[in-house]
Design a protein around this ligand. Sequence first.
Ligand code: GAP
Length: 503
Amino acid sequence: MSDKNNKSKITPEEANLQKIISHAKEYGFVFPSSEIYDGLQAVYDYAQNGVELKNNLKNVWWKAMTMLHENIVGIDAAIFMHPTTWKASGHIDSFNDPMVDNKDSKKRYRADVLIENRAEEIRKENKEDSEEVAQNLLNKMGSLLTAENMEGLRNLLIEEKITCPISKTSNWTDVRQFNLMFSTQMGAVAEESETIYLRPETAQGIFVNFLNVQKSGRGTSMKIPFGIAQIGKAFRNEIVARQFIFRMREFEQMEMQYFVRPNDQKEHFDYWKAKRHKFLLAIGIPAEKLRFHDHEKLAFYADAATDIEFEFPFGFKELEGIHSRTDYDLKQHQIHSKKKLQFFDEELKENYVPFVVETSIGADRLFLATMCNAYTEDIGKDANGEERLRAYLKLHPALAPIKVAIFPLVKKDGLPEKAREVFELLRYDFNAIYEERGSIGKNYTRQDMLGTPFCVTIDHQTLEDGMVTIRHRDTTAQERVAISDVNAKIAEAVSIKRILEKL
Ligand code: GAP
């Protein structure tokens, strides 16, 4: 099929995502991994600006958890864990997705995703009974998944006339369970080596450290309720990974496990639902782009679960999960390790295995949501004050990769030297850049595309009155500010405190 034909088939949603992907590459946010070898599917590298944005997102999440909660501490557990961890957690036996291939296109899909998409289509038909029909379909699928009835799932694909988007046929193979964990060998000698796994979630590193943290505490030992937060890589051999960094095979999670008294979990679950929603609003995501999706079909160990969904260019999809996991994980680790994982509650004078409420968000998914939300096209003023259509990244200033860019108006008359002086004043506090090439207009446009909230221009007048022009990204408004005031002005706007104080 020619490129031209391909392009004509792109939906507006795909075009919007494509815009973000192109922007991410062109402006140094995200590159496909090992691109010179044509890339590695569903693996990406964060580039010079992407890594700054991602670090800022991780930093604000970390601080929101550990600095704003006296009873939450952070850890950084190893990716490799004792293999029994994954037996205990259930991942070896049941961390599977139902996989199906279309015999005509040879494309691979997740059977449950094909059925979910069909339910979404039914909903969009907006008939009187659409909601009910879609729900029935999802319920049917849920029962088949619980019963691990793969034949039933295949029959459902055929009954529902679900076709492959490429070949448009229902010529499906059998549906098979596919374990998503990557494994490798530890140990130099083949006969003595042991199969170990790349962790598919960071949570288990927290569960196995529960007592270590509780006892060593934060100054003194931790009392229930308390939380352990962690940011780290996770790996899943995803069957279908097509939506840029939405679903990756190597990704990063930001998880927090909150240990509570048995029977108190509902109260904490509601608290964290509201708290995490507030966090997303505070970093600049508007309420209308977020919604909760409560799970009707719960994992057997959970007694409540909800997703916070974000409206990505391809629709509302899970951004973060909040799960009430009962005492399942700690009890499983007790059984498999034969070590007690209990807490003695001084007030109740009772020993118990705590219940857990977890919040789990992908750093990459949050990055994608932030980029999609920030990408803006509207009318603004160029360097000459002329109105024109422009694109920019409307990032919260505290998240922007570069906080301030400094330019001399011309590359002569002592302006570069003065501009460098200003740069020296700022670079110790902010991620600042100095640029003397190109026109001011082009430099503004480029910084807009990177989301830089402030540009500082040094002109001939600066040499006389010590004032510079600060140009604001979102409004394109310009103001004259004394050099001695620039630092404080920027510091006020880009401080992470602007986000934290809203929580
Ligand atoms: N410990 C619970 C847990 O791992 P999950 O719903 O499987 O729950 C939590 O994952 C979050 O991790 C998701 O909401 C998503 O943001 C992120 N995530 C999961 N799989 C991912 C993938 N393949 N690529 C990128 N992010 C992923």
